[in-house]
Design a protein around this ligand. Structure first.
Ligand code: SAM
Length: 285
């Protein structure tokens, strides 16, 4: 629970919903340092957090910069850190961003416009085995090789530039029975490309170590993840930190916390969420 005068990091500030809740709970003097690498999200967060502007510092940065920012602010650490990983509803719903197979748009998927590689670059340039590997590893897509093969065949007659182009290719590549599964047939390929474009998994483990080091005594690192690949990294990294020789950290969630059925009904995107918490002990023996 945030405390008055506490200092908190929101590593994925998005539209500022969680930051707002932390600022309210830590009133009157709690502070937030918020990060988002999406400049559009940050603009929305700035507006949403306007009433708290004096207590909120918002940075257009990747969250891996948090330690440098905290140091530059002259702080020795923070009381709590929240990461709500993955893509936001706002990003998914914006057809211009290309994250969703349900909205016609350019095949972009960059969270950070300063990055130069878009999903269309991967799809149009990667060798077939590398594309298949990405779709398999980051999407856990069983038809990864078939999809990569049809992508490569299709791009010979012209680049694949839109979300719809890619959905059409996937539909052609997978067996008919897969078209009527519980999960949309393009879900896993889109997830894989998004993870690859944004280096989501490569950055996570070192960032979790960095965040743990930033915790003051009694501080907590709370991570919300939305797919099994992410959750596995969080689980393993927390376990190693909890077992660490320093004895500084403790994992507070033996099993991840899951949303209630009521919450899943009111917010279907929450259904795959898992929350894990690591604490820095008050004092070490
Ligand atoms: C699920 S949303 C967070 C929503 C937020 N909790 C709210 O209340 O609105 C994830 C956000 O994190 C951002 N993000 C993802 N990875 C990031 C990273 N490595 N560094 C900074 N921001 C990141 C995304 O751009 C997106 O806006």
């Amino acid at each position: 629970m945030p405390r008055p005068a506490g200092i908190y990091i929101d590593g994925t500030v998005g539209e500022g919903g969680h930051s707002r809740a932390i600022l309210e709970a830590s009133a009157p003097s709690g502070r937030i340092i918020g990060f988002d690498r999406d400049v559009e999200a940050l603009a929305a967060a700035k507006e949403a957090l306007q009433p708290f502007a004096e207590r909120a510092t918002l940075m257009h940065e990747h969250f891996r910069e948090a330690a440098a920012v905290v140091r530059a602010m002259g702080l020795s650490g923070v009381d709590g850190i929240l990461l709500d990983l993955g893509v936001s509803s706002r990003q998914l719903d914006s057809s211009a961003r290309g994250f969703s197979f349900q909205a016609q748009g350019p095949l972009d998927m960059r969270m950070d416009f300063r990055e130069s590689i878009r999903a269309s670059d991967l799809v149009n340039r990667l060798p077939e085995p590398e594309l298949a590997r990405i779709i398999y590893e980051y999407g856990e897509e069983r038809y990864s090789r078939r999809i990569a093969r049809v992508v490569v065949r299709r791009r010979q007659s012209g680049p694949i530039l839109t979300t719809q182009d890619l959905v059409d290719v996937i539909r052609e590549a997978v067996p008919p029975s897969y078209l009527h599964g519980r999960l949309h047939y393009a879900t896993r390929t889109f997830q894989a490309l998004r993870i690859a474009v944004n280096h989501e998994l490569d950055d996570l483990e070192p960032s979790l170590g960095m965040f743990a080091d930033l915790l003051l005594r009694g501080g907590r690192l709370v991570v919300l993840s939305f797919h099994s690949l992410e959750d596995r990294i969080v689980k393993q990294t927390f376990r190693e930190l909890g077992r660490g020789a320093t004895g500084h950290f403790q994992v507070l969630t033996k099993r991840p916390l899951r949303p209630s059925p009521e919450e899943c009904l009111s917010n279907p995107r929450a259904r795959s969420a898992k929350l894990r918490v690591l604490a820095r002990k008050e004092a070490t023996a």
